[in-house]
Design a protein around this ligand. Structure first.
Ligand code: SF4
Ligand code: SF4
Ligand code: FES
Length: 963
């Protein structure tokens, strides 16, 4: 496909109506027992525990309601949903009355109409509107319900002046609260408690003085509110409303799509007016999020229109020159001619590509195809190299497949939850809300993390045990937990005998039972008392369904793969695999980490994790692609950079990745990039890597393209185009154009055809197509003949590899040690409002919650160094140094410091080292020996770098580009 032939507007945007979701009024009952009753003469059978309101709605009989919604437990305060039941006195509320066998219910009568109308009239009079005209007020259920009950006049006026009204609170950047419109139905308060689990809202005052209050009667922005938007979504009156709805007006049409931020994979309705997004509303049928969202997916989408977005391709001969805007054909032509020239001069292996976990499956699949088929080598890697590659290795070795075992619904069945090396309330907030709900219902929590993360103690959630281990000691800790389980006879022998390799189990059991793996021995290494380790192990092994959730605090270590296998060992030894409520659950960082790995982005694997050296697999691709493939694995990202410094690797195509900011040992990354003759960056913004680029190709956002993302549950979901790509082409079209210019044309008319090819070539995706995903809403792979609807929970009747394999996990301390020069341990992570390198979130109002990266340091360590809160400090390691401001907190233990990596000004990866996981090269971000000293401000290096970045962003607009 050549770009010149591509039409910009390929098809009409497809859904010009608003997606309407049915509100059943109360949540679904999970009971297996069925009850039959009569409602308005219809015989209806529903699960026991269902409310009459829901039973009616499931049968298509709508009962007016205001305080009820199916996202929340019934509350019974508005008295609108009244019904009559034969043989029972009065008019009970249908939302709080459960179904009963044989009852006869009436939802309509003259008496009910009269009561409802009277109640409704009072509500409307208490709600500041000018009329009952529904067209004037967007999104106001109150007026819809008024129409439903036939209210035409309001005798008491519309002033809404009877409640206390302190005035509009518009302190939150994304939504406003107008107390005059509030009817105090408590839906917002309950949404904050039940759905989000933050407990930021209350009803303060009594009677007509009652009012919704955030925090201690503060402005929303000053309260504990985390801006998830659940209260806004729940509000039936428009009292809480998105500012974009006020500014842009009522949405006209919508499409279901998938969040482009984290690996939770929330489904949203993109609600549009023309080709402008009015708001993103979490989709209740989204199986990952079940109608909930976080501040990023819900509100932080404005970066798509940010003025710094680059919309035209750009070239420059040298990285010291300003950029020159050029036409697409010139840019593509330059990439192809440079890559061909470099391969002719330095050899076929001198070029490569990097796929992105922010891009769609189809886009990543095409980049690896470009590298293997058009470049003719296997030098392709993905950003998962630096996050979850150990998950792939560890779970494939032990279970036989490189993915988590459960769906998110599984947490509702967990009795004991271990969270290790993860901070879900910040990094996976919507899943964290579901987990918190389960914990409030009584499940027990064990947190294993150097920091006192929020889950350790927050409203209505408290960990049974917090094991604040020293960074770098995960394997010792996990093996000590196993020691307790084995030596105290807590192994599920039946499960192990039936489902696992017995010999390997025995070797492992003998190993973990050794004294050096005992809690007493390991306490000295981890800093966690032996008794706490013992108690946590006993709880996990004996507390019912045990589920382990982990994140990059496990993988980003020199023993990352070993730690993943140690987790798998624990789950197998206790029989916690193969049913809902248990399992091993990697919480993926980026939206499509799972997908980018599944698509064959690693140098040694084709899609579906099949080794490139496997002749039969390779032959399958060769036949379809009409191209012989190299059987030798190619270079990983760190190897590419090493080879560049050595002078043998000369050109790199990077799609949607900012390796300069996100990869470790920034000086080395910069040296590698600077040594290349052609660096091609495809992204939304001129990112930090682009400072070293010769060609910049503008990318498109998730709103501008069709495709699929795969979340942490292996769930394949559609990304739907709601506006045309601003640079003219979706990212996959650019890859096709480069390939054609390189002499290897790829022909697709639509992203769905790329998925058809993936399904054809990948057994675990054999049953996947865009149409099938659209029909089912989402599909968890494997999806094939054996599992046509997908696979929510894996390894149910046997492991993918046959028998589960225990692996001996000897703890080997990292070479990164503290000492007199660098006495503290640095570990890094991210926070709720920001996403990875911050390229998107820094360009939204989310920036107000995190204007800079700060260094968390314990008061004791700060005092020793004469550091006060907010002081500039120098953070130095043997790899480099940077400066940032201090945040004194007891969230970190003495001896440990912590920071985020969202701001390029800080460039915290200047200090992280070249150490990496022994099996996968995943960098050891989580352990760096550092020293912290007072400083006066940014280091000389930071100042020089910022100058370079400023220069590198210069764009010379040429006549050519203006055409
Ligand atoms: S936005 Fe979320 S956290 Fe904030 S008050 Fe509303 S429900 Fe609670
Ligand atoms: S960032 Fe993650 S949790 Fe937040 S809305 Fe997007 S997918 Fe959901
Ligand atoms: S909807 Fe049932 S009492 Fe409000």
């Amino acid at each position: 496909m050549s770009l010149a032939e591509t039409s910009l507007v390929e098809e009409p945007l497809r859904q010009h109506s608003l997606v309407q979701e049915i509100d059943y009024g109360t949540p679904r009952s999970l009971s297996e027992k069925t009850i039959t009753l009569s409602i308005d003469g219809k015989q209806i059978s529903v699960p026991e525990g269902t409310s009459i309101m829901r039973a009616a709605m499931e049968a298509g009989i709508e009962i007016p309601k205001l305080c009820a919604t199916d996202m929340l437990d019934a509350f019974g305060s508005c008295r609108l949903c009244l019904i009559e039941i034969d043989g029972r006195a009065g008019t009970p509320a249908s939302c709080t009355t459960p179904v009963a066998e044989g009852i006869v219910v009436h939802t309509k009568s003259e008496r009910l109409d009269r009561i409802r109308k009277g109640v409704m009239e009072l509500y409307v009079s208490d709600h500041s509107v000018d009329s009952l005209d529904r067209t004037e007020y967007p999104d106001v259920d109150l007026l819809e319900t008024a129409a439903e009950v036939g209210l035409q006049e309001v005798r008491y006026g519309f002033a809404g002046a009877r409640h206390r009204n302190p005035g509009i609170d518009d302190s939150n950047p994304y939504f406003a609260f107008d107390p005059a419109k509030c009817i105090v139905c408590s839906r917002c308060v309950r949404a904050c408690e039940e759905v989000q689990g933050t407990f930021a809202l209350t009803i303060s005052g009594r009677g007509f003085d009652s009012i919704v209050a955030a925090g201690m009667d503060e402005k929303f922005i000053e309260s504990e509110c985390v801006s998830c938007g659940a209260c806004v979504q729940a509000c039936p009156t428009g009292s809480l409303i998105e500012k974009t709805v006020i500014e842009k007006g009522k949405p006209e049409w919508s499409a279901i799509t998938t969040c482009a931020y984290c690996g939770v994979g929330c489904a949203f309705k993109a609600e549009m007016r023309g080709d402008e997004v009015v708001r993103m509303v979490p989709y209740k049928d989204g199986k990952a999020n079940r109608g909930h969202s976080c501040v990023k997916g819900r509100f932080a989408w404005g970066y798509a229109n940010h003025r710094e977005r680059i919309l035209k391709p750009m070239l420059r001969e040298k990285i010291t020159e300003p950029w020159r805007e050029v036409s697409w054909p010139e840019a593509i032509g330059r990439v192809a001619s440079e890559f061909k020239r470099i391969q002719a001069k330095y050899g076929r292996g001198s070029v490569g590509g990097i796929t992105s976990s922010r891009c769609t499956d189809e886009e990543t699949f095409l980049v690896q195809k470009l590298v293997r088929a058009a470049f003719g080598n296997n030098n392709v890697d993905t950003c998962a190299r630096v996050c979850h590659s150990p998950t792939g290795y560890g779970l494939k070795t032990t279970f036989g497949t490189s993915a988590g075992t459960q769906d998110f619904d599984s947490v509702e069945h967990a009795d004991v939850i271990i969270v290790i090396g993860a901070n879900p309330t910040d990094a996976h907030p919507v899943f964290a809300s579901r987990m918190k709900k389960r914990l409030r219902q009584g499940a027990k929590l064990i947190v294993i993390d150097p920091r006192r993360i929020d889950l350790v103690r927050m409203p209505h959630v408290e960990a049974a045990y917090h094991l604040p281990l020293l960074p770098g000691t995960n394997v010792a800790m996990l093996t000590a937990l196993a020691h307790v389980i084995v030596t105290e006879g807590l192994v599920d022998k039946k499960f192990v005998r039936e489902r696992c390799e017995w010999d390997a189990f025995q070797d492992w059991a003998a190993f973990v039972a050794q004294e050096h793996n005992s809690p007493d021995a390991v306490a000295k290494v981890t800093g966690v008392p032996a008794e706490t380790i013992r108690a946590a192990a006993r709880l996990y092994a004996t507390g019912g369904n045990g589920a382990i959730y982990y994140g990059l605090g496990i993988t980003e270590h020199s023993q990352g793969s070993t730690a993943v296998m140690a987790i798998a060992n624990l789950a197998m030894a206790t029989g916690n695999i193969g049913r809902p409520g248990v399992g091993v659950n990697p919480l993926r960082g980026q939206n499509n980490v799972q997908g980018s790995c599944d698509m064959g982005s690693f140098p040694h694997e084709l899609s579906g994790y099949r080794h490139i050296a496997d002749d039969a697999t390779r032959a399958m691709f060769e036949v379809l692609w009409h191209k012989p493939l190299d059987a030798e694995p190619g270079l990983r990202i760190p190897n590419m950079l090493d080879a560049a410094v050595d002078g043998t690797f000369k050109a790199l195509y990077i799609q949607g990745e900012d390796i300069l900011q996100s990869d470790p040992d920034t000086h080395h990354v910069a040296a590698g990039l600077a040594a290349m003759e052609c660096v091609v960056v495809q992204d939304l913004f001129l990112n930090e890597t682009a400072n070293y680029a010769h060609v910049f190709l503008p990318g498109s956002t998730f709103l501008e393209k069709d495709g699929t993302f795969i979340n942490a549950e292996r769930r394949i979901q559609l990304v739907r185009k709601v506006m045309e790509p601003k640079p003219g082409y979706a990212d996959w079209e650019i890859t096709c154009a480069i390939s054609e210019a390189m002499g290897y044309p790829m022909h697709y008319n639509h992203a769905s055809e790329i998925m058809d090819e993936i399904a054809h070539l990948t057994p675990t995706f054999a049953g996947v197509s865009f149409q099938r995903v659209a029909e089912l809403g989402s599909i968890q792979w494997p999806c094939n003949e054996k599992a046509p609807g997908g696979t929510p929970v894996m390894h149910m009747n046997g492991f993918v590899r046959g028998k589960g394999k225990f692996v001996v996990t000897e703890y080997i301390a990292t070479d990164e040690r503290t000492g007199p020069r660098f006495p503290l341990l640095l570990t890094t992570g991210r926070i709720l409002s920001q996403y990875n390198v911050g390229a998107q979130t820094r360009r939204t109002a989310n920036i107000m919650w995190h204007e800079e990266d700060r260094l968390e340091i314990h008061p004791h360590d700060a005092e020793q160094r004469g550091i006060r809160d907010g002081d500039w400090v120098k953070l130095a390691s043997r790899a480099g140094e940077t400066s940032l401001r201090a945040l004194i907190t007891e969230r970190v233990a003495p001896g440990v410091v912590y920071t985020t990596f969202h701001h390029p000004d800080t460039q915290v990866n200047v200090v992280t080292t070249e150490y990496s996981d022994w099996a996968t090269n995943c960098p050891e971000y989580k352990v760096t020996a550092v020293q912290v000293t007072p400083s006066n401000g940014p280091t000389e290096w930071q100042q020089q770098y910022n100058e370079l970045a400023r220069n590198s962003r210069r764009v010379a607009v040429t006549a050519e580009a203006a055409e």
